[in-house]
Ligand binder design. Sequence first.
Ligand code: PLP
Length: 387
Amino acid sequence: MNPKSNDRPRRFATQAVHAGQAPDPTTGATIPPIYLTSTYTQAAPGEHKGYDYARAGSPTRDNLEACLAALEGGAACAAFASGLAGETAILSSLRPGDNVVAYSDLYGGTYRLMERIFRPWGLDARYTNDTAPQALARLMDRNTKLVWIETPTNPLLRVLDIKAIAEVAHAGGAKLVVDSTFGTPVLQKPIALGADYVVHSTTKYLGGHSDVIGGAVIVRDAALHEPLKFYQLAAGGVPGPFDVYLVHRGIKTLHVRMERHVHNARYLADRLAGHKALERVIYPGLADHPDYQLANRQMCGAGGIVTIVVKGGREKAFEFCKRLRVFALAESLGGVESLCNHPAAMTHASIPKEVREARGVTDGLLRLSVGIEDADDLLEDVWQALG
Ligand code: PLP
């Protein structure tokens, strides 16, 4: 059997390397070429080989979409130019008057999208700070079309019970969207737990090298794929072929990188817990994390992000950022290199201060995206930055 054919289910690591990577049919190239074309020559008007214009589809994008659908166990996937473009495609399937019920610890850009683009358009977004599935249920009514969660959340790393929330969403006639950017298909499987849509900012762990912006939406049912395909065609927001190639290339090592991200994050979390300059170390793999049991059950590895809260608020947090030598002070996460982010001033600055603080994103809070460097170099860097 051809090892690159996709006609038999395989285990994760094999899928990561082979799904959507059949050799090029014309040349046999083991790695499929990047199709650098915006258009496709037709034999007669309307007579083509499945592709007519690259916004509508391209073999390069199809390959990535096939790979992600396989890794998430979904029916299909639609790739986008960014995570937010993917989120926009999902929200665009709603109608004015519909509402979305969300757990409040969302990426700032997702909140901004709901509040500044879709609320004026007629969408109501309702948030709860309570992780209990029933808290989401209480906000739902007959116009609720989506329940929207991130897990683990950004930046507080709460873990939400996907299975229980899917039951609540479905009982109320809504679909469940899980932004699994922090979880990755290596650490959790939202569709197997009942999610209808899985969102990824492929900019993060899937691309894995901080050199591309991309997004993807994987769906449980083929019927949910049709509106996304139509959105790609009708509204655009699709990724270019080089970007698609970079994400697909990154995915081939995702499982190997995640092992190291998780190892290094755990190493730091264990050794920073109790440090006298810190108010808190937040990591779902620490026994004092409020969702420790759930994370153990739902995930296979507590992720590559460690959030710390320094004593002394913004001033001390900024001093910490300035002293870092190995960690770069930068937005984003999930690359091989370690990054430090101050959410209140950076990724979550678009959330009003009072809303942000009510959600626990305080001025002393720092999000560490722990890379795959030597764990002791990372630990020493944090130690010296804490003074
Ligand atoms: N979802 C999460 C959890 C994120 O952290 C981000 C970006 O940081 C996004 C979505 C948006 O993705 P992108 O920046 O690729 O548009």
